[in-house]
Design a protein around this ligand. Structure first.
Ligand code: NAD
Ligand code: TYD
Length: 349
């Protein structure tokens, strides 16, 4: 099988690429990524020499390029993760999200429709999406696969749009598509402008840890490697046209999560108890900030036997350890040096 994984240089994509390259030596895996600010090939240094792995730099908003790629490579399947993914960036610059998340996805669908014609039943288009398409929950309830779409941010609206197009290509043209909607991920290689890596970085540097509003918003956190394993299971076992929610039944108020993180950091950095918590700084709330997300992943657990492997405290501790042991990675990302990695590794070789 020749498999294209888009967005493989990003946070979740790099874990998915590593898992597939390692677990499926018989597959030929192409990582297609534009290398935006969020793409970092150093995330994949450990597997970049594997014989079943190749990196191709490219932009999914470029329809001609995507068409040529399908023509040249004749892939059997695609796992599509490439996206603009940060809600705060979507509030400042929504159009970038429409281009990559909606137009980019439709470009991939068009190429699949054209180049897979006559063999749709032997191909697969797997679209990776988010629980944010379902909108915000009040104090009770959970998102199921039947929850009506109700996105609030430009990011979630663009992901909802892409999900609708994927379903439309299944219903209209008969493409074999699968969608999964996952809750917030955490773990290694997470770009340090998202809450958990940002807080770890700032605590290490003794800088303020910004908490939006009163820190009352609730997110349902899943260890990124459990997400990659769910994608693996769904990719191989789901029926055409199906959707699965992925989540860890692990809801945390932002402020409680940050306090737990501060306790772990105090211990790891040999600080006196309570020292890191002093860095917590309440800042202006995000516009349209969704109150609560919570995923019901019963369907995935019952039908495909997937269950999360890690308790949150254990996962958070592992994550902190990774950041403390990989100071050079964090330094490269925060200084911007990571952007020269591609040039050094791929163009000057
Ligand atoms: P990320 O921002 O870390 O990585 C995105 C990757 O896509 C980067 O490598 C970037 O270079 C690439 N990319 C962006 N625009 C591109 C373009 N035009 N052409 C080609 N490549 C491009 O994102 P992430 O957090 O790893 O999320 C991956 C996917 O999972 C996204 O589709 C996101 O919506 C979804 N998701 C994320 C979370 C989460 O908690 N992070 C949760 C659920 C779903
Ligand atoms: P984020 O990691 O941006 O993910 P998302 O908004 O997609 O859920 O943020 C997680 C939560 O943390 C969200 O409620 C916003 C909040 N947050 C802060 O309080 N401070 C920060 O500096 C950031 C980046 C996020």
């Amino acid at each position: 099988m020749k498999l294209i994984i888009t967005g493989g240089a990003g946070f979740i994509g790099s874990h998915v690429v590593r898992r597939f390259v390692t677990n499926y030596p018989q597959y030929s895996i192409i990582n297609l990524d534009k290398l935006t600010y969020a793409g970092n090939l150093a995330n994949l240094q450990d597997i970049e020499a594997a014989p079943n792995y190749r990196f191709i730099k490219g932009d999914i908003t470029d329809a001609a390029f995507i068409d040529g790629l399908f023509k040249d490579e004749q892939p059997d399947a695609i796992i599509h993760l490439a996206a603009e993914s940060h809600v705060d960036r979507s509030i400042s610059n929504p159009i970038e999200f429409v281009l990559t998340n909606v137009v980019g996805t439709v470009n991939l669908l068009n190429a699949a429709r054209k180049h897979w014609e006559g063999s749709y039943d032997q191909k697969r288009f797997y679209h990776v999406s988010t629980d944010e398409v379902y909108g915000a929950l009040g104090e009770s309830g959970m998102f199921t696969e039947e929850t009506k779409y109700d996105p609030h941010s430009p990011y979630s609206a663009s992901k909802a749009g892409s999900d609708h197009f994927v379903r439309a290509y299944h219903d209209t043209y008969g493409l074999d598509t699968v969608i999964s909607n996952c809750s917030n991920n955490y773990g290694s290689h997470h770009f340090p402008e998202k809450l958990i890596p940002l807080a770890i970085h700032n605590i290490t540097q003794n800088k303020p840890v910004p908490v939006y509003g009163k820190g009352e918003n609730i997110r349902d956190w899943l260890w990124v490697e459990d997400h990659a394993r769910a994608i693996d299971v769904i990719f191989h076992k789901a029926k055409a046209g199906d959707t699965y929610n992925i989540g860890g039944h692990n809801e945390w108020k932002n402020i409680d999560l940050i306090r737990l993180l501060c306790q772990i950091m105090d211990r790891k950095l040999g600080r006196t108890a309570g020292e890191s918590e002093k860095l917590i700084t309440f800042v202006k709330d995000r516009a349209g900030h969704d109150l609560r997300y919570a995923i019901d992943s019963t369907k995935l657990q019952k039908e495909l036997g997937w269950v999360p492997s890690l308790q949150f405290e254990e996962g958070l501790e592992k994550t902190v350890d990774w950041y403390l042991e990989n100071e050079a990675w964090l330094e490269n990302v925060t200084s911007g040096n990571y952007q020269s990695y591609y040039k050094e590794q791929y163009q000057e070789r």
